[in-house]
Every structure is written in C-alpha cells, then in structure tokens.
Design a protein around this ligand. Structure first.
Ligand SMILES: [Zn+2]
Ligand SMILES: [Zn+2]
Length: 146
C-alpha cells in the first residue's frame, strides 16, 4: 500500500531553534543530537534535550537537514544537502565529506534496474588515529613475548 505524501509541517521559529539552526549552518562536523545539545545548553540553559532532538527531527522532515547513517553508534546530522559520500574514522568518529560520484551498478543487478540513489560509506583510521594505533602496538609487549 502506498503511503500518502505527508504535508510539510510548518517550522515555527523560536530563539532556541534559531540557535540550533545557526550552529548547524555550514557545520562540517556531522554533529549528533548530543553534540548540538552540549554546545547550546550554555546559551539556552532552559532548553531540554528533547527540544534539540525534536528540532532536528523537524528540520529533517522539512528537508533542511540530512541524517548521516555512517556512524552506527549514534545518529549524526548533516546540513550539507548536496549529495556526497562519507568517510569515517572508526577510532575517533571523525566524518569527512567526499565528493559524490555515482558508481556503476555492479554486475548481478537485475537487468533494467533503474538506479535512483546510492550511498557509499568508507570506514578506516584517520592519520592521527593510525599513528596512535601504531604506537599502542609498539607499547603492547604481547608480540615480543615467546
Ligand atoms: Zn581518528
Ligand atoms: Zn556530510
């Protein structure tokens, strides 16, 4: 059964919501709701986490914010709406934007399949974490033991 297209809900602007919007504007850090809350609770001491969460949810529903699903431990948000791919460091959680290039459909896809969208996610270690892991391995005496 096809769901009816929901009517875009109106976004009521409040000082707190304006604060959240300006924090997100041009933000490349892919913050989580917790990050947004931690940053703004000093400015808006009366603001609850639910307000932040609901605001992010409303922004998604009106298409002003995208959800990034690369981090499986928590939902992260991205105000950059032009299509792009993500690369995440599995150690520190840093997410980098990558220019999106639609890959060719791999062999095995049904013939005549019309590709509408595709998301590519890269996981690895950023240079800083890569160096830290190397150091940890050096310190760890396990390998030298006989
Ligand atoms: Zn890292
Ligand atoms: Zn992004």
């Amino acid at each position: 059964m096809k769901k009816a297209t929901p009517v875009k809900p109106a976004f009521r602007m409040t000082p707190q919501r304006a604060g959240i919007l300006s924090f997100l504007d041009g933000n490349k850090g892919h913050p989580s709701a917790e990050d947004v809350y931690a940053r703004l609770k000093r400015k808006f001491p009366g603001m609850s986490f639910a307000t932040v969460y609901n605001t992010l949810q409303s922004l998604i529903s009106i298409g002003e914010l995208a959800e990034v699903r690369i981090d499986r431990s928590r939902r992260r948000f991205d105000p950059g709406l032009n299509p792009h791919s993500h690369l995440m460091c599995v150690r520190c959680g840093h997410i980098t934007d990558l220019p999106h290039r639609s890959p060719a459909l791999p062999k095995g896809a049904p013939r005549g399949f019309k590709l509408l969208s595709c998301s590519v996610e890269f996981y690895g270690l950023c240079p800083l974490c890569g160096r830290a892991v190397k150091k940890e391995k050096k310190i760890c005496p396990k390998k030298k033991q006989k």
